[in-house]
Design a protein around this ligand. Sequence first.
Ligand SMILES: Cc1cc2nc3c(=O)[nH]c(=O)nc-3n(C[C@H](O)[C@H](O)[C@H](O)COP(=O)(O)OP(=O)(O)OC[C@H]3O[C@@H](n4cnc5c(N)ncnc54)[C@H](O)[C@@H]3O)c2cc1C
Length: 387
Amino acid sequence: MGEHYDVIVIGVGSMGASACYHLAKRGVKVLGLDSQSVPNTNSSYNGNTRVIRLTYQEHPDYVPLLKDAYRLWEEIEQEAKEKLFHKTGVLYMGFPDGNAIKGVKLASKKHNLSYSNLTHDDLTKQFPQFTLPEGMVGALEPNGGYLLSENIVKTYKEQAQRKGAHIITEQPVLDWSHNNNNVTVFTKSKKYFADQLIISAGPWSDSLLHLPKLKLSVTRQVLGWVKPSQPKRFRRGDFPVWNIDPNGDNNLHGIYYGFPISNTTSEGNGLKVAWHHPGKPMHPDNITQEISANDEEEILLPLRRYLPSALGPIKKIKVCKYTNSTDGHFIIDCHPDSNRIHFACGFSGHGFKFSSSIGKILSELALDKKTSSSIGFLSLDRFNNNK
Ligand SMILES: Cc1cc2nc3c(=O)[nH]c(=O)nc-3n(C[C@H](O)[C@H](O)[C@H](O)COP(=O)(O)OP(=O)(O)OC[C@H]3O[C@@H](n4cnc5c(N)ncnc54)[C@H](O)[C@@H]3O)c2cc1C
């Protein structure tokens, strides 16, 4: 007989490290298994930082989850005595009838969130770094900012270990099985047993969930850092996280976004820029880290078009993975095969900011079989798919 745990978590990444922490905090015997080192540069949280914002336009039901997440970010910062969240504000820009600007207003109204409207002239005066097409306006959300994603995964792992969680890295899980009494998890050399299983394997979820009708697609995404000639104009404190909805401007689409410059090396080096759009679908193990001319163009295009004052040599480009669901919303549920198994996947390029609360939700689902958070809109049922 192998070792027995109350809960095993497969995948100690963004969601799994937080789940291990919240489980260990409840005093149960937890095992976290990851196929790689934790943190690593091959998972979905690679690239140092992630945007966090509260005026969520993707679906208004995300806002209550985000309110919990904000509270839990504060809690882990205090517990670890580490700065993990920088509140810089998030400046949204786009045409008044575009999804980004409309969405901020809708979410703010529904959830009574603060933001300020900026006309085109206001933007020119307050944020002269940008050069925007006539007609684009802005909305400034004061509570947004960015999270230090790689540091957060490391912190959650370490805090979970301090509370007694057993974390084993570089040990890929090959498969799992279940019966009426327990769940068995198989690695190449060992078997582990548990009462409950959580699967949070990010881009590799497909191979462990055995739910082909989920139709998750993994895409290659890039993030880049440039060195502007006048870095002072883009420093944290004077310059916010920004988000441009280009729809309506020529044939541009998706969302361009970026971060202020900080002098901390753990945040990358230079001005960080990215394009939120569906990249090329491929198997996660085949995603190349090699950087092409197209990748460079992806980083430079938004700067040339909207932030020419920041143009400068590219310092670094990193490759990362989105795991997309078919509707762009997360999937958090009980596995149809057994009520001992819960999973979270399909974070579709916008999940990190929620990871503090999703780890807690996963811990509640495993230990209490219910959560007080409203996650019905993220259920498997919406795909009308039981297997
Ligand atoms: C370029 C880019 C920019 C993004 N920007 C933002 C943003 O600004 N704001 C935001 O909120 N979100 C953003 N996201 C999305 C966010 O980073 C992801 O939604 C989130 O990290 C997904 O977390 P996860 O736990 O599902 O996956 P991961 O963090 O990848 O964790 C999965 C873990 O499972 C492990 N694993 C996989 N298979 C096995 C196995 N067989 N055995 C053991 N372990 C296994 C992996 O090693 C990994 O550690 C961005 C993502 C990318 C790629």
